[in-house]
Design a protein around this ligand. Structure first.
Ligand code: MN
Length: 290
């Protein structure tokens, strides 16, 4: 198989606050203007690089807001995030855990630092990814997958490293999340000096975020907080870890449909966006106390 070509290694764009709890670098779609469909089915990636939050009584975060037409995937590396939604689901996403929430036809939710974490303060690091849904699934029933670290598929690497399989499959180890379209998603924890190879289909849109450490990717150096964007050429990605490293690997089959995006809604047409807004204003997304 042929090496997957690197399009660009992207530095983290200037951060902005989401509510008062998330200080994020938006790698796409706006951070680098790479296009709404360039990473399809992944529409948006916000990365809260590791920062210390000072202790606070009232947890920081984002209040009640809607979503329709896609899924939010939250991966926590440091700190804890508390979540509540209008379907009655709630939970705490702790270090190493993943929350895969299917907003689909519509939910309201709120996302805050977990109370005890907020009181203590400390390092906080997480990713939120928006995964688009194909037209036929956009109005399906909301769904919630709370995936704790012990539920992730795990492939042991040499000298103590591990590939945690969130979705898809790595060397026969299956991911924990169910997805609507073909998606590969891993956390690769690689010890200094070790190597790992990923084979991902040429047509899948693929990227790797260096969450921790420093690696060589197909021979090119990539430090922490950088995102490696791959061309749709070749399959094989060869990683060598120059330090103990954590990589967030995403790869998915593109959804070849038009995208109409407005704020928290991700649909195919402008009319559907107007419908979403109207339904939200009519209270059709349910109720959630602030
Ligand atoms: Mn949200």
């Amino acid at each position: 198989m042929k090496a997957k070509s690197i399009q660009q290694i992207l530095l983290p764009p200037a951060p902005h606050m989401v509510g008062d709890g998330f200080r994020v670098h938006n790698f796409f779609p706006t951070g680098y203007n790479i296009g709404k469909n360039r990473m399809s089915p992944f529409f948006m990636m916000d990365y809260n690089s590791k920062i210390d939050f000072s202790p606070r009584e009232n947890p920081r975060g984002v209040g009640v807001h809607p979503h329709r037409g896609f899924e939010t995937v939250t991966i926590v590396y440091h700190g804890k995030v508390a979540h509540h939604d209008s379907t009655g689901n709630s939970g705490v996403i702790s270090e190493g855990d993943v929350q895969w929430m299917t907003a689909a036809s519509g939910i309201l939710h709120k996302e805050y630092h977990e109370e005890e974490f907020s009181k203590k303060g400390g390092p906080f690091q997480m990713i939120q990814l928006w995964v688009n849904l194909p037209a036929k699934d956009k109005m399906s029933k909301p769904k919630y997958q709370a995936i704790t670290n012990d539920q992730l598929g795990k492939y042991q690497l040499d000298n103590g490293g591990v590939v945690e399989v969130i979705a898809g499959e790595f060397k026969g180890v299956k991911g924990a999340a169910s997805t609507f379209t073909p998606i590969e998603m891993y956390n690769a924890k690689i010890k200094k000096g070790a190597a790992v190879t990923f084979d991902l289909p040429e047509n899948f849109n693929t990227g790797i975020l260096v969450v921790e450490g420093a690696v060589k990717v197909n021979g090119e150096k990539a430090p922490a907080d950088n995102f490696i964007l791959f061309k749709n050429e070749g399959e094989t990605i060869s990683i060598e870890a120059e330090e103990d490293s954590i990589l967030f690997v995403i790869s998915g089959e593109p959804i070849n449909e038009p995208i109409a995006a407005y704020g928290p809604f991700l649909m195919n047409t402008h009319e559907e966006l107007e419908q979403a807004l109207e339904d939200f204003n009519k209270g059709k997304f349910g109720y959630l106390e602030d």
